[in-house]
Design a binder for this molecule. Structure first.
Ligand SMILES: NC(=O)C1=CN([C@@H]2O[C@H](COP(=O)(O)OP(=O)(O)OC[C@H]3O[C@@H](n4cnc5c(N)ncnc54)[C@H](OP(=O)(O)O)[C@@H]3O)[C@@H](O)[C@H]2O)C=CC1
Ligand SMILES: O=C(O)[C@H](O)CS(=O)(=O)O
Length: 484
């Protein structure tokens, strides 16, 4: 077992929370949570199913009336308190996250700050849910548009950002006056449960935010079919997103989908190469490459291909791999053996088809994989078509701008893209030509609460964060007053 020394041990919850009660599964079943660094057991959480989920939905529905009747200002004050409590407990929350997810402690601290920023942002947005008046279409008519909370919302979140993916949904939902039932990833439930405890301490009323841990299919089946749930927000793989979209169709639920990615990173001949390498490192190797906005394909123009390859390989070779809790670790473990196998398969396929390993290219024991740079990668390789979700940087060569944009867009995904170049006319041409929801231009780290996060094509539906993010939790109502 991993021994975790928390300043506030009460943050480490081994029960789920439904309607303000911390409880076990009805049948007492549990899930073991392990540390991906060494496979040691961290503890257990309840393995719940449809019955417990149905109770959480009913509680959310019951609590919704009072919560939506509160003013935006009242909800804002509670959310602000939640934000403050997250920052006050940042060290403990980061320790829990590194233990269950594996990312380096510095990244976990950063994620807690990032996660808290969504609560801070939507505490402010709660006070600014404005409607419209519209000039009437007849002298005796007056038209008003108001915005109202959708109602009971469901959230299903992934393991790679165990805190930020929750607050990116719960923040706007609660700010808008909605209530929420959350199902976190089974591999990282402790972060979710600690956040829910802090929400309770901040004054979020019982029933407004419940967290159900356990069987994804059973819990998901109830969340997507129960008619009391009016919206589902999901972050995870495109494959699961499609299943959930189908399941939501039966009750015509609103959905927000943040799904997979296949980000290109284009380096033009006129790029600042040192800046491009710096951007490449953060966009590729953050969370050991396990983020949906990680670069998956490096497209490098002829004139700078060899220099960029040399610089990137040198930097990758210097990255320290190890337990996320160990000092100096830059690359932690992959989440599990399945993730490691997928990375190995991608590298093996690339090598069979002619790729050269400049650095790395091997597992390091356990769930650890060496930061890897592959030269001479080709579009027929799996690593071009599929999301690797690991610390592997394949370098593809291109000749012309048109070829680079065509290669970049040659995917069913459309989440994030990046490019480095300095010709201003080309910057505009390429930015407008890329079929992605987010584009980093001479920048490799683009995620922030103030900007709309989301993708096109099979990378998802809707946007999270920014002034647009709360709209996904509101319904427009048109009032037409006659006889005036
Ligand atoms: N666009 C974005 O912002 C993000 C996209 N992703 C994408 O997600 C993938 C990696 O994350 P990963 O967690 O493996 O993704 P998954 O899609 O496997 O899991 C995500 C969540 O969905 C749950 N889930 C899985 N199957 C079902 C089901 N049938 N019904 C209901 N819920 C289900 C999981 O529960 P359980 O853990 O219990 O299986 C987990 O909570 C990558 O493709 C990545 O690109 C990840 C993060 C962000
Ligand atoms: O889950 C993810 O990959 C996150 O959305 C990435 S980010 O928001 O931290 O960039």
């Amino acid at each position: 077992m991993t021994a975790l020394q928390l300043k506030d041990p009460s943050l480490w919850r081994h029960q789920a929370c439904i309607d303000g009660a911390w409880i076990d599964a009805d049948d007492g079943a549990t899930i073991v949570v392990t540390n991906p660094s060494d496979g040691s057991g961290l503890g257990t959480v309840p393995r719940m199913g449809a019955t417990e989920t149905s109770r959480a939905i009913a509680a959310a529905h019951a609590a919704g009336g009072d919560w939506r009747r509160r003013t935006g200002k009242e909800r804002a004050a509670i959310l602000r308190r939640w934000y403050e409590l997250m920052l006050q407990n940042q060290e403990d929350l980061a320790a829990l996250m590194t233990a269950e997810q594996g990312k380096p402690l510095a990244e976990s601290r950063g994620e807690i700050g990032y996660a808290a920023s969504f609560i801070e942002w939507f505490a402010e947005e709660a006070k600014r849910v404005y409607g419209d008046t519209i000039p009437g279409h007849a002298p005796d008519k007056r038209i008003v548009v108001i915005k109202q909370p959708i109602g009971v919302c469901a959230a299903i979140t992934p393991w790679n950002f165990p805190a930020a993916m929750i607050t990116r949904k719960a923040g706007p939902a609660l700010a808008a006056g909605c209530t929420m039932v959350l199902k976190p990833a089974s591999q990282t439930p402790f972060s979710a449960l600690a956040l829910c405890l802090l929400a309770e301490r901040a004054g979020v009323p019982k029933g407004v935010l419940s967290c159900v841990t356990g069987s994804a299919a059973a819990i998901g089946g109830e969340l997507t079919s129960n008619p009391l749930v009016r919206k589902l927000s999901f972050t995870g793989s495109t494959e699961v997103g499609k299943v959930l979209l189908e399941q939501c169709a039966g009750t015509v639920k609103k959905t927000s989908m943040e799904l997979g990615g296949n980000a290109p990173f284009i380096v033009f001949d006129d790029a600042d190469l040192d800046a491009a390498v710096k951007g490449a490192l953060v966009s590729k190797f953050r969370n050991a490459g396990q983020t949906c906005v990680c670069t998956n394909r490096f497209l490098v123009q002829d004139g700078v291909y060899d220099a960029f390859a040399r610089k990137l390989a040198k930097a990758a070779a210097e990255m320290q791999v190890g337990d996320g809790a160990a000092s100096g670790t830059v690359i932690g473990p992959l989440i599990d053996a399945g993730a490691l196998e997928k990375v190995e398969e991608h590298v093996a396929d690339a090598r069979r088809r002619g790729a050269r390993v400049l650095v790395g290219g091997e597992r390091l024991g356990g769930n650890f994989y060496a930061p890897t740079v592959l030269a001479d990668a080709k579009p027929e390789m799996r690593i071009f078509k599929e999301e690797t979700f690991g610390p592997v940087a394949p370098l593809f060569r291109f000749h012309t701008e048109a070829e680079a944009v065509a290669l970049a867009n040659d995917t069913n995904f459309g989440l994030a893209a990046y490019f480095y170049g300095r010709d201003i006319a080309r910057v505009w041409r390429v930015a407008e030509g890329l079929e992605f929801g987010m584009v980093g231009i001479n920048e490799g780290l683009i995620s922030t609460e103030v900007a709309p996060f989301g993708g096109v094509k099979e990378s998802g539906l809707g946007r999270e964060g920014s002034k647009y993010g709360i709209d996904d939790y509101l319904e427009l109502k048109y009032l037409c007053m006659g006889g005036m």
